[in-house]
Design a protein around this ligand. Structure first.
Ligand SMILES: *Cc1c(COP(=O)(O)O)cnc(C)c1O
Length: 463
């Protein structure tokens, strides 16, 4: 296969730039002031004050001319829009899931799935948590149980599939609480909180076999599934000659259903959906979506948004697109390693994760090292990343105490098709500069804490 022969050669973007969006350059003094006003939380900065925005790749992607052209074909009928049917066709074709309900974004689909499947007192095992996923599972009365392999919690482990589920942990849970208390196993890949780490197809098949043995359903957070398919193709034996589409289809085939934030892989600015083989779940979801989102043929979205999503599916599955995406992250990670910067290994699918514990080893976890580091990088250069550590982890709903995650990370996330290699060079230089001056950096204290998903709106002051 020609595709495969090219894998190790250098790559360039399979597109050229047609429209540009100017960004503002700021001074150190302006950034210091903006940071203080934002309570040292990068989520509270104004986007105008940001130079290179690596906060998230969620909804921040550049759409193609093909997607933009589709926006003009929006059929904004209240019921039965043609864009809805086109999107449904593509979900069936690429994900292989026959039933489909659109939602305004991923967490809305998580809300529906959790509400339908979870009863009070249930347990939901998953390969590490994701913030909104776990919260919806908890709000529905469930308890999330992390069954990811131990290596995932070790930023230095070079395990190639750190997103794998530890099947022993999973079986132990089935035995301990009883499989009837487990409505479904919740799998995601690549695993964001572990550093964008994929699971292998072999592991997925083992998990599926175990779930079948105990009669437990297996559901997929397929938000970043094309990235996972890319890692299977490039790292797992037996998949080098398969296309991304084939691998993607096979992965999805093992699940009873999927939920998706279209703001990631599908390269749009808004959207989500759930899709399933389970007709009963579908019927309930189709009914509930009317309560929370809108009619089941638009689910909180405009017709034009559904058209952009449908076209995004066709593009996300192209090998060159996904290689470029992950190639940018590899390039950034390699440069950081050359500088000796402490990052999570192996380099993940959508972001570089810096090990803030090691970076700022003089700051205790109670003084929020990752929050502090994200603020320091912004102050240095206007590059915006985000905290993925104790603040994101939140409090234990039972004890009310901070959860202390092993991983204390700053995430620099690359929006798809938005920044160039030169932006990456500037970013790496800034992080290196902060690293050289790390001993002079002091920690933070939290002065405002919201009840849910506190990392979005919490405020801090310098110690
Ligand atoms: C972004 C994301 C979600 C939530 O989706 P939203 O569109 O932000 O509501 C859920 N799971 C994963 C893995 C995500 O990356």
């Amino acid at each position: 296969m020609i595709e495969n022969k090219n894998i190790k050669k250098s790559w360039a973007e399979p597109f050229k730039i047609k429209v540009v969006e100017p960004i503002k350059m700021t001074t150190y003094e302006q950034r210091s002031k903006a940071l203080e006003e934002a309570g040292y939380n990068t989520f509270l900065l104004k986007s105008e004050d940001v130079y290179i925005d690596l906060l998230t790749d969620s909804g921040t992607n550049a759409m193609s001319d093909y997607q933009w052209a589709g926006m003009m074909l929006g059929d904004e009928a209240y019921a039965g829009s043609k864009n809805f049917y086109y999107l449904w066709d593509n979900v069936r074709k690429y994900y292989g899931q026959p039933f489909f309900v659109p939602t305004h974004q991923g967490r809305a689909a998580e809300h529906l799935v959790s509400k339908i499947l979870i009863k009070e007192g249930d347990y939901i095992p998953g390969n590490m948590y994701f913030t909104t996923t776990r919260l919806h599972q908890e709000l529905a009365g469930g308890t999330f149980v992390d069954v990811i392999i131990d290596e995932a919690h070790d930023p230095d482990s070079t395990h190639q599939f750190k997103g794998n589920i530890d099947t022993q942990k999973l079986e132990d849970l089935f035995k301990k609480v009883g499989a009837d208390k487990v409505p479904y196993v919740s799998m995601a890949g690549p695993v964001n909180m572990a550093g964008g780490q994929p699971f292998s197809m072999a592991n997925l098949k083992e998990v599926k076999t175990l779930c079948d043995k105990y009669g437990v359903a297996l559901w997929f957070d397929a938000t970043r599934a094309t990235e996972n398919a890319y890692f299977i193709k490039t790292k797992e034996e037996g998949y080098a000659d398969k296309t991304i589409q084939e691998i993607f289809f096979e992965m999805n085939s093992y699940f009873e259903g999927v939920w998706v934030s279209a703001k990631k892989d599908l390269m749009v600015n808004i959207g989500g959906f759930l899709a399933t083989k389970n007709e009963k779940v579908y019927e309930e979801a189709r009914n509930l979506v009317v309560v929370y989102e809108g009619l089941h043929t638009y689910g909180g979205l405009a017709g034009r948004d559904m058209e952009a999503m449908a076209r995004g599916i066709e593009e996300m599955i192209e090998f060159d697109n996904i290689r470029t995406r992950i190639g940018q992250i590899e390039y950034c990670g390699q440069k950081m390693l050359e500088y000796g910067l402490p990052i999570v290994n192996p380099i993940g699918g959508h972001a570089i994760f810096m090990n803030a514990r090691r970076f700022l080893d003089h700051i205790t976890q109670d003084e929020f090292p990752a929050q502090t580091l994200a603020a320091a990088i912004y102050q240095d250069s206007g590059v915006r990343g985000m905290e993925r550590g104790i603040v994101s982890s939140g409090r234990d709903p039972v004890t009310g105490k901070h959860r202390y995650p092993k991983l204390e990370l700053v995430r620099l996330t690359f929006p798809r098709r938005v920044y160039t290699q030169a932006h990456i060079d500037v970013t790496v230089e800034s992080v290196a500069n902060v690293y050289d001056q790390r001993k002079s950096i002091k920690g933070l204290k939290m002065v405002y804490e919201p009840k849910y998903l506190r990392f979005f709106q919490a405020r801090f002051e310098k110690i």
